[in-house]
Design a protein around this ligand. Structure first.
Ligand SMILES: *Cc1c(COP(=O)(O)O)cnc(C)c1O
Length: 380
């Protein structure tokens, strides 16, 4: 069989994650279905407890409908809305910026550092110390641990504390990543995780969870996610409807204990790709010093991306682009959202060059070898 007749290795394969643990997931689904209680019940409570404990001592987790809502609920819980500016990046899933506008706040997008694709901490500090004119006061910063690599959070947290600004971590791509030994999602005032099926911890449908060391904040957000009910049927404040259902919670409880091993497998696959790239024209992704990267994506850059992707595709290797157009250049946001004083040049350059290789724990050794052979062939 020659390469072109081999089955394509998809860049993402959420079905493989289900099949690998089908019996346990099916049993959990049957348990949830049989319980007769489908929204905000025992499974959801148990998942919140287990997720909080997995993050670390003193962390409180609140389930919700998706990762976008997790960010928006945190902002609501901190009373950040109209009349507030929230700083984030343009090199992210559009959801990060959408969540800021959902609550009526004003996004301000700063650039990334090109070697790690994460928020430029120096630019953030400059913007906090000397905010661009014409914007409401900056109340929060949302750095994104993009691709599973922790941001340079220490200077960000210090600057936020100096300026009285909340630090909210977008951990949608980084469940289990560590920075100087500390789990991401435990360093800011609060953190948001997507549980979309392809994320490192994924439901089999939509889901989200947020976390905070602040018990009172967690309690308030838990009320806001259900119409602002502090007691049943009585809204003590204005809320929304953003709940994690029992089916998804039951599935997530099967998957949470598998997450650390899944992340370890991702790192193993990444190390194999690194080795295959050594000495060739493509630089392996740089890891920031002191981090444990969880490789939600394994991202390379090519100044002739279409040709590189086509060459891999010809060998049955799927690739993706995360993300092809920065948020500030997308139709819904273009010429409207505020950028930091330095602009978003590195963001725009990255969007034109990045592409992602197949990356999920269920990749077989045979599939990894085929990707590695494909990468080596690019060197010639
Ligand atoms: C996936 C993702 C989100 C949004 O999550 P949803 O569950 O799709 O709403 C937010 N931020 C980042 C960085 C993401 O990758």
């Amino acid at each position: 069989m020659n390469a072109s007749t081999l089955p394509v290795i998809p860049q993402a394969d959420p079905g493989a994650g289900y099949r690998a643990h089908k019996d346990a997931i099916d049993a959990a689904v049957a348990r949830a279905l049989g319980s007769g209680w489908y929204i905000l019940g025992k499974e959801g409570e148990a998942f919140e407890r287990e997720y909080g404990a997995w993050l670390g001592e003193g962390m409180h987790a609140v389930g919700c409908a998706n990762g976008t809502d997790a960010l928006a609920l945190i902002l609501r819980g901190l009373d950040i809305g109209p009349g507030s500016t929230v700083v984030t990046v343009s090199h992210t899933a559009v959801a990060t910026v959408a969540a800021i506008e959902m609550v009526g706040a004003t996004p301000l997008l700063v650039d990334i550092v090109p070697e790690h694709y994460t928020m430029d901490a120096e630019e953030l500090v400059a913007v906090l110390e000397d905010p661009p004119p014409g914007l409401p006061p900056i109340r929060a910063v949302i750095p994104v641990h993009i691709y599973g690599q922790p941001c340079d959070l220490a200077p960000m947290r210090a600057a936020c504390d100096r300026e009285g600004v909340f630090l909210i971590e977008d951990c949608a791509q980084a469940h289990g990543a560590r920075l100087d030994g500390r789990m991401v999602g435990t360093i800011g005032h609060a953190s948001a995780f997507s549980l979309y099926p392809t994320k490192n911890l994924g439901a089999l449908g939509d889901g989200g969870v947020l976390a905070t060391p602040d018990a009172a904040l967690a309690k308030r957000i838990a009320a806001i996610r259900q119409y602002g009910w502090h007691e049943r049927y009585i809204s003590a404040e204005v809320g929304v409807n953003s709940r994690l259902d029992e089916l998804q919670a039951a599935i997530l409880r099967v998957r949470l204990p598998l997450l650390d091993a899944g992340n370890a497998r991702r790192r193993e696959v990444a190390a194999a790709y690194d080795a295959a790239l050594a000495g060739g024209p493509f630089a392996a992704p740089l890891r920031r010093e002191g981090v444990e990267h969880v490789f939600h994506q394994y991202v390379l850059r090519s100044d002739d991306r279409a040709a590189t992707q086509a060459a891999l595709k010809a060998q049955g290797i799927g690739t993706g682009i995360h993300y092809p157009v920065p948020v500030h250049l997308q139709g819904a946001y273009k010429d409207r959202v505020a950028l930091g004083p330095a602009g978003c040049g590195e963001t725009a350059r990255a969007a034109g060059e990045v592409f992602s290789l197949p990356m999920y724990p269920e990749l077989t050794d045979g599939q990894v070898k085929r990707v590695c052979d494909g990468l080596r062939s690019l060197a010639r």
